[in-house]
Design a protein around this ligand. Structure first.
Ligand code: NDP
Ligand code: GDP
Length: 343
């Protein structure tokens, strides 16, 4: 039997790499979309030893004609639309590019499925950022959206459009509302990786102080490799539907830092308040972490904690990796990474 073909947009990103690895194990032929760049963007696929197992096509999802050509070239069964301008902070500086990729990108794909082959299944990468300013202790599929950034507004457009094409044209198109998920492959601009990489450099005397923004924001952080399995499960379900994927636990950025410090066996203490709050190494008296206004956002999402009971009930999905295991995995990986960088 010929292999099923899965197309992953955003294959050079964190989730794209883990999903490609997962689908290859399931015996799919994986086609990955990458936009051309002067720098090699394949490092994650190489790290997972799968760079030579995927076919890479040079396509920007803003270019509908290139997408149309691609759909004629391959007999695609499943599409995972992971491509996005995915950094919330950047979306405040590049709102139009963010909307073109995160909102219109998925509309391009939906239009091609609608016109060419309605049997193709689509997974859309929705996000807990859409809940934004909510008043619920847990957020689930019924919680109202209140986006707090151009990133979240564009993702909300994509989410509702997927829902509308499913209802209007009978497509098997679904959105996974994924809460933050991290890994050693996470981009260095996101807070978890920024902290693990920054503290690993400080620990190895390659950096003095790490500057961060709002340490009281709380997130529900899971492990990316657990989450890509849920994407696949959603497309295998009989009935197309949207699901929250989360751990059900929430920690502040400060708690994430404290867990890293524990993992590194450092003795530290927090001193000061507001913009003057600092993390000090008790023995050396050095400032490890300080607060910098530049990293605050014009409007913040204060607290996210997901209720994944629908995914547990229907898909039989649940997270496998604890918060402390995730932190340790990222710290250990960054200690190795920094040692190699400076050897
Ligand atoms: P990454 O930032 O690691 O990856 C994003 C990918 O999108 C990269 O491969 C990037 O390519 C690609 N991309 C960006 N613009 C375009 C474009 N115009 N055309 C084609 N490709 C493009 O994100 P993650 O892997 O962490 O996230 C995957 C998806 O899940 C994203 O849509 C994100 O918004 C969403 N999401 C992520 C969460 C998380 O916590 N990780 C939480 C909820 C949702 P390049 O390498 O060229 O930049
Ligand atoms: P997001 O939830 O998609 O925005 O993921 P991020 O990892 O970028 O940010 C998570 C939270 O950490 C947000 O509430 C940020 O305001 C907060 N945060 C605090 N300091 C920083 C920082 O220096 N960089 C980033 N990226 N986020 C920070």
């Amino acid at each position: 039997m010929p292999k099923k073909i899965a197309l992953i947009t955003g294959i050079s990103g964190q989730d794209g790499a883990y999903l490609a690895k997962f689908l290859i194990k399931k015996n799919y032929q994986v086609i990955g979309l990458e936009r051309r760049s002067a720098r090699s963007t394949n490092w994650r696929l190489e790290k997972l030893n799968i760079a030579d197992k995927v076919i890479i096509e040079d396509v920007d999802i803003k270019e509908i004609n290139n997408l149309i050509r691609l759909f004629s070239k391959y007999k695609i069964s499943e599409i995972y639309n992971l491509a996005a301008q995915s950094f919330v902070q950047s979306s405040f500086y590049n709102p139009i590019e963010t909307a073109q990729v995160n909102a219109i990108g998925v509309l391009n794909i939906l239009e091609i499925i609608r016109n060419q082959n309605r049997k193709i299944k689509l997974y859309q990468a929705s996000t807990s950022e859409m809940f934004g300013k909510h008043d619920k202790s847990y957020q689930n599929e019924k919680t109202l959206f209140h986006p707090r950034s151009p990133y979240a507004s564009a993702k909300a457009f994509a989410h509702y459009t997927v829902q509308n094409y499913r209802e209007s044209f009978g497509l098997h198109a679904v959105s996974g509302i994924l809460f933050n998920h991290e890994s050693p492959l996470r981009g260095e601009e996101f807070i978890t990786r920024k902290i693990t990489l920054g503290l690993a450099k400080i620990f190895l005397n390659k950096k003095k102080t790490l500057k961060v923004g709002n340490i009281y924001a709380r997130r529900d952080w899971g492990f990316a490799e657990d989450y890509v399995e849920a994407m696949w499960m959603m497309l295998q379900a009989k009935k197309p539907d949207d699901y929250v994927i989360a751990t059900g636990k929430s920690y502040s950025v400060k708690q994430f830092i404290n867990e890293c410090v524990r993992s590194l066996n450092l003795k530290t203490k927090w001193v000061g308040k507001g913009l003057n709050e600092k993390l000090i190494n008790i023995k050396s008296k050095k400032i490890l972490i300080s607060i910098d206004k530049r990293f605050f956002r014009p409007s913040e999402v204060d607290n996210l904690k997901g209720d994944y009971s629908k995914a547990k009930r229907i898909l039989k999905w649940k997270p496998k990796t604890s918060f402390s295991k995730l932190v340790k995995m990222m710290i250990d990986s960054d200690l190795k990474f920094v040692k190699k960088l400076y050897q």
